[in-house]
Ligand binder design. Sequence first.
Ligand code: ADP
Length: 423
Amino acid sequence: MSRIHLGCIADDFTGATDLANNLVRAGMRVVQTIGVPAGPLGAEVDAVVVALKSRTIPANEAVAQSLEALAWLQGQGAAQIYFKYCSTFDSTPTGNIGPVTEALMDALGTDFTIATPAFPDNKRTVFKGYLFVGDVLLNESGMQNHPLTPMTDANLVRVMQSQTKRQVGLIDHTVVARGESAVRERIAQLRTDGVGVAIVDAVSNDDLLRLGPALKGMPLVTAGSGVAIGLPQNFGIAPSVQASALPPASGLQAVVSGSCSLATNRQVAEFIRLGRPALAIDPLKLAGGADVVGEALAWATPLLNSGPVLVYSTAQPDAVKSVQGQLGVDAAGAMVEHAIAAIAQGLVLAGVRQLVVAGGETSGACVQALGVSQLQIGSQIDPGVPWCHATLQPPASGGLHIALKSGNFGTDDFFTKAFALLA
Ligand code: ADP
């Protein structure tokens, strides 16, 4: 097994897939692991993304998990480490971006790294150190009301400084615009001034591609998924179709959806409008003890030979609120996730080998129920959502093509387009 070039640590599951997708598009062969693997990697790839769920857990636990991931990636020979966080810099004054960054710097014995969540393709840009979401500052974007990580300051130098013992500085757009040597000069100056972490401006993919060469040889890079587009070139890797090659797809097709986001509601409606078979799960029936999983599988199994079927709990906001009012938010969520994961498992046992899962939390539950620990990343269906390939565990066997779509991603025809792309 050859050494991997890039070892990545992502602080959540769908964020890991988003990063993996960008690396594949830039030409790297990528595997995403669910948590830190117990043994060595059994695949020939350029990069591995270890998906953690460390964004909002206590900082000391996030640090411990990230260091465990680092040790495993170093064991695979990773030449450079990439710590991936959200493009809205989701964190609190106590972390976890700052503490994890510093712990990784200490472990790697490095005195300098960059930090930038810029992802222009998704309208996240950084200018003079301020993070914009679309046309507005981060703290006016709705993120100021996030239940777990309210972002009330768009100035990332200040935000990062509040989480970090090291001094935080800025590499601004005038420097990035002048390219690699200007960025390297600025880094040298910042180091002399005692700065350990620099926020980097980027308002376009061109900025990220200009930044890339200046990061060659930097032991640790911390960023959203955007910076990834400029790194593969440092390892002599260019975009290619081979990077996204997956084994040929076969088997039956299905979609399970536990996402109630606007885009998913439109996608469910479009699938039904196209005349494809779709079955809604009723959370209240589930709470009442009915065998909703068994009924869904009995409904789906005879239909699978005629093309993709959809089983969904997706509902409009009023209906979701009503269910949450009766069952409680967490209890309703966990119960529905559990049921959809059991349905996904049953569908796979019935011969489904092409599966689309809608919903971030729902995806986590399904992947766990299917015993999937590793995903080979294939080509993109829509921005941020690639087809992936996994090896199934007993009682199922063989390979599974799986697409994990987080809530608001994908066009309205996503559920039919995904299978057409695989064919
Ligand atoms: P998204 O990516 O759109 O946020 P998630 O899967 O992450 O989707 O989250 C959706 C949450 O809503 C899950 O916990 C899911 O179990 C729950 N849920 C799904 N359908 C319903 C419903 N009809 N009523 C209440 N909760 C639901």
